[in-house]
Design a protein around this ligand. Structure first.
Ligand code: ADP
Length: 473
């Protein structure tokens, strides 16, 4: 603009000089030649002014075009994710205002994109680490996202699942049906499935629609249009829950059954006595003895049940003290000696090293474990057999073994005998006064000490029950 001012001033002064020339010529009645001279001067100067004007506007428009190109380049950079600001413009016109606004917009966009990226990374990390299997299915019923837990449930890798039709991945018609219902606009749906046959796993299924809320213009009003464009599938494993429910049901059924047997016997013999057998001198004593035996059995059963429930509820007061295993084993064997010799069984402590490490434990509960194992060995070993107790220490553990030459346990039952009420031969167990709870109690006690209990056995040859206990640090 200052250039334009210069031009206008030049024009003004040159024009004034020419005008003065002209007036002077006219005043002095100059000849035609003089007039021609003036005209040529006039033309030359005008041409010069024109040239100057063109040059100035060319310069100005080139500078303008350069600034616009810089803005274009900047917009392109921002679209590509490069948010470096434009260099500050010195001028004070509309273009420098625009550059300033664009710079501010870029700063805001960068902040928004950064926070969105952080949010996305956080959500992805949460989804990845979740134990629940999560997948997103689009409107075409294709899996567009899944986490590791989800792919593990279907024995695949996330990459092998994504973009595949849901029906191919989720081979459960019930789940696919729930997805279809959600995609067709239904609210959150719930179901339950069971996978696998050998060791079935139970899952609760939740399928929720993903909706977009778009504004739709109808006439002069803007209305919210609710569109379902996908569904989220969440699989939550409930195998343990279902198993526990089953265990609880079985437990109630077992307890009722175990109680019914002695109660029925007691009731039956009591009635027999009342209806005349009291006078039967030959049998009345025997009937009363049967009642006493069943009552004793009931009492053992309720004692064991109480013990078990206290252990399971974590209400057992455990008094952890250093325990001398050699002394513990010696005392347990001594108290079982009477029962063993009554059944003509040899009972001995074999191989208990003198330097057996001390363990930290509740001596009275560990005595209970020994008593259960020795009682079983005596009950399930025919006369003439032998029972040996041994112990070894090492690798931070002490392992105690009770071995017998008894009837043994079939392979198929070995894993289950530590369950409550599980017996290989229920009738025989009852006959010898067993409650079916001894090994379950022993297992709980050993595990409460941080150890393990297991069995090795061969039918008709004998069994070895081992339990380990961590040694005191
Ligand atoms: P029970 O009161 O019936 O003995 P346990 O829980 O102590 O209950 O044992 C469960 C079952 O394991 C027993 O019924 C028996 O079938 C089997 N069992 C336990 N110990 C032995 C053993 N030493 N030899 C053979 N079978 C055994």
């Amino acid at each position: 603009m200052p250039l334009l001012a210069v031009l206008v001033s030049v024009d003004f002064f040159v024009g004034r000089a020419l005008r003065e020339d002209y007036i002077r010529a006219a005043n002095e009645h100059l000849s035609n030649t003089a007039l021609m001279h003036v005209r040529w001067n006039l033309l030359g100067v005008s041409f010069l002014i024109l040239l100057l004007g063109v040059a100035v506007s060319l310069l100005y428009s080139r500078r303008f075009a350069n600034r616009v190109a810089r803005l274009q380049e900047f917009s392109r950079r921002v679209a590509g994710g490069d948010f470096r600001p434009l260099p500050q413009e010195r001028g004070n016109d509309e273009l420098s205002d625009l550059a300033h606004i664009l710079n501010e917009t870029a700063v805001r966009m960068e902040a928004t994109i950064r926070s969105l990226t952080e949010e996305r990374n956080r959500s992805a990390a949460i989804l990845r680490s979740m134990a629940e299997g999560i997948a997103v299915v689009d409107a075409r019923e294709r899996v567009t996202f899944c986490n590791q837990a989800f792919s593990r449930i279907w024995n695949a890798r996330p990459a092998g699942i994504e973009d595949k039709p849901a029906i191919e991945v989720i081979r459960q018609t019930h789940v696919v049906e729930l997805i279809r219902q959600a995609l067709s606009g239904e609210e959150t749906l719930h179901g339950e499935i069971s996978l696998g046959t050998a060791q079935p796993r139970n899952f609760s299924v939740t399928v929720a629609p993903i909706r977009s809320f778009n504004g739709v213009i109808t006439g002069s009003e803007v209305q919210q249009k609710n569109e379902t464009f996908g569904a989220v599938v969440v699989l939550h494993e409930i195998t343990d829950l279902r198993r526990l429910e089953q265990v609880r049901k079985d437990f109630v059924a077992n307890v009722s059954h175990e109680l019914r047997t002695p109660l029925t016997a007691i009731q039956g013999f009591a009635e027999t006595l009342l209806t005349g057998a009291l006078e039967d001198q030959k049998n009345n004593r025997h009937f009363v003895e049967v009642i006493r035996n069943h009552a004793a059995r009931l009492s053992r059963l309720t004692d064991d049940l109480l013990k078990l429930s206290r252990i399971e509820a974590g209400k057992l007061d455990m008094d952890f003290q250093p325990v001398d295993l050699e002394a513990l084993i010696g005392a347990a064997v001594e108290s079982a000696r009477g029962a063993a010799s009554q059944k003509q069984l040899s009972l001995a402590v074999a191989d208990v090293p003198r330097n057996l490490p001390r363990i930290l434990g509740d001596a009275s509960l560990l005595r209970e474990v020994m008593r259960n194992l020795l009682d079983n060995a005596i009950q399930y070993t025919p006369a003439g057999g032998s029972i040996n107790v041994s112990a070894v220490g090492g690798k931070g553990l002490a392992v105690i073994t009770v071995a017998d030459t008894g009837i043994g346990i079939p392979q198929a039952d070995q894993a289950r005998i530590f369950e409550r009420f599980y017996r290989v031969d229920a009738a025989r167990s009852r006959e010898v006064g067993g409650t079916g709870l001894g090994l379950a109690i022993a297992k709980h006690i050993v595990e409460a000490h941080g150890g393990e209990i297991w069995v090795e056995s061969t039918v008709a040859e004998g069994s070895q029950f081992h339990f380990s206990l961590p040694v005191a640090a």
